[in-house]
Design a protein around this ligand. Structure first.
Ligand SMILES: O=C(CO)[C@@H](O)[C@H](O)COP(=O)(O)O
Length: 237
């Protein structure tokens, strides 16, 4: 795939306004830095996870190149794609999950960031195709209920993206466990999606440990709604 292929634009960002190129520079730096959070929080091994953020000034997003070690990622090595997943700017092949990120951006206007990992406990629940039940205040706060499971889908076309969008359409959760694959998380920006990736691993681990001791107690729907409303609207600064 060559830069600008199928877009009718010249290669790279030359045809885009200066404010778009300035935002690309900022988002390249942000997305590069956020990739370092994945190994820091123990969410990935080797190169197995990716972060993207959509631009506000154009229908483009920034994502990592495929199969490059986290220590070697730089703002310059990030790639820019359009919302069909075509490479627009960059010298490397985009992440193998680019089509899934692009599908989410095309179908969920409120989403500005997407993250995928294979973090151990969340992926263990995905392997069992079992939603993580809402048995913790932290889950009610962050996920507003159970963490749902999406269908199994092979990589390479829109199947994963469609599975993510369909599963999240009926949930308040910013995380979905794609069956036999792993977690995908969303947010208004990439930082929020990284936070959701950290939180889903934490609650998957805690609920798993709780299950070793017996059956955890579900929160009532009223309590989940109350906790979710407080955390989403009042918590923090
Ligand atoms: O799930 C997969 C592959 O099955 C991917 O998430 C890889 O684990 C990371 O791919 P790149 O982002 O490096 O292409």
């Amino acid at each position: 795939m060559s830069a600008g292929q199928g877009t009718g634009r010249p290669s790279g960002l030359d045809g885009y306004p200066v404010e778009v190129r300035a935002e690309v520079a900022h988002v390249r730096e942000l997305v590069s830095r956020l990739h370092a959070e994945l190994p820091r929080w123990g969410l990935v091994v080797w190169t197995a996870g990716n972060v993207s953020q959509r631009l506000t000034s154009a229908d483009l997003f920034v994502i990592k190149p495929s199969g490059v070690a986290y220590d070697d990622l730089t703002p310059e090595s990030m790639v820019v794609c359009d919302l069909d997943g075509n490479l627009v700017d960059g010298t490397r092949s985009p992440s193998s999950d680019t089509a899934a990120h692009a599908y989410v951006y095309r179908h969920m206007d409120r989403v500005g960031g997407v993250v995928h990992t294979h973090s151990t406990y969340a992926t263990a629940w995905a392997a069992r195709a079992e939603p993580v039940p809402c048995v913790l205040t932290m889950m009610a706060d962050e996920f507003g209920g159970d963490v749902p499971v999406g269908p199994f889908a092979l990589i390479g076309d829109d199947s994963i993206g469609k599975g993510i969008v369909d599963a999240l359409a009926t949930s308040r959760s910013p995380a979905v466990l794609m069956r036999n694959h792993g977690p995908f998380t969303i947010g208004p920006d990439a930082t929020s999606a990284v936070k959701a990736a950290v939180m889903v691993e934490e609650v998957a681990r805690t609920v798993h440990v709780s299950r070793q001791l017996g059956e955890p107690t579900r929160l009532s729907q009223d309590d989940i709604d109350s906790l979710y409303a407080r955390y989403q609207n009042v918590y923090g600064q």
